[in-house]
Design a protein around this ligand. Structure first.
Ligand code: B12
Length: 208
């Protein structure tokens, strides 16, 4: 089995310690952080998603796989981040109220930091008020909100409404598996993108 398959396999089994060990080994063998993310960790999480959907595995198994995924991707952070870049803008990021999914949000944060953006991470289950208050207190350029549930993505509309109410300077960008460009348009958000790398580009384009 190739090391990338081993990483994916260990992640799916929720073996965080093995994932860390294998990621470090892969890095030392010269495999790029991008490849470890895109060819091992993300496809592994896709498989978990399919098994979860088909009731082959349940929340606890998904949770430990998610922890292993986060453990592996944390190790990639220094490699995905350019050293010594000056701050180009401020982003407030979080997962919307009622939603506890944070893997995608964490990847987006990492890629944004890699582009030299200062990212303030409010975590998960974040209310519209909290997003808007944090953006205003930190004079942020962008609010980036993530949602993984069709039920919670509607909370993004409240963020857009609240931001308009207080005339916030920050642009609101939205993402997460169920979010689409037409949904973005329907709630009047400023931007949408479907993956972490383009999310970072998008945020940067809104910073002066
Ligand atoms: C892992 C997972 C969990 C874990 C989360 C752990 C964690 N720390 O995140 C746990 C076990 C906790 C969980 C719980 C639940 N989950 Co869940 N979960 C998943 C799973 C398998 C993977 C999600 C994931 O991390 N994907 C990998 C990341 C990298 O992808 P991503 O988040 O989409 O992010 C990428 C892009 O979307 C984008 N992006 C993300 N955020 C942002 C933000 C911005 C601004 C931008 C521009 C881009 C962007 O960039 C990222 C990187 O490329 C999905 C299945 C799936 N295929 O999505 C189900 C899924 C999302 N879960 C689902 C469900 C139903 C639940 C539960 C309700 C289950 C239950 N019965 O309790 C609970 C809800 C808990 C809650 N209140 O949030 C459903 C949602 C169905 C729906 N249509 O709403 C899914 C789709 C599974 C399914 N098919 O049934 N889950």
């Amino acid at each position: 089995m190739s090391i990338l398959n081993e990483i994916s396999d260990a992640m799916q089994r929720g073996r965080a310690a093995s994932v860390k060990e294998l990621v470090n080994k892969a890095l030392s063998e010269g495999i790029s952080a991008k490849s470890i993310l895109e060819d091992a960790l993300l496809p592994g999480m896709d498989i978990i998603g399919v098994k979860f959907k088909n009731n082959h595995i349940y929340v606890p198994e998904v949770l430990i796989a998610a922890r292993a995924m986060n453990a592996g991707s944390e190790l990639l952070k220094p490699y995905l981040t350019e050293e010594g870049v000056e701050e180009k803008g401020t982003v407030i990021i979080g997962t919307v109220k009622g939603d506890l999914h944070d893997i995608g949000k964490n990847l987006v944060r990492m890629m944004m930091e890699g582009k030299g953006l200062k990212v303030i991470d409010l975590g998960v289950d974040v209310s519209a008020d909290k997003f808007v208050t944090a953006a205003s207190e930190n004079d942020a350029d962008v609010i980036a909100c993530s949602a993984l549930l069709t039920t919670t993505m509607n909370e993004m509309k409240n963020i857009v409404i609240k931001a308009k109410e207080v005339n916030l300077r920050a642009k609101v960008i939205v993402g997460g598996a169920p979010v689409t460009e037409s949904f973005r348009e329907s709630i009047g958000a400023d931007g949408y993108s479907q993956d972490a790398a383009t999310a970072a580009e998008l945020a940067l384009s809104f910073c002066n």
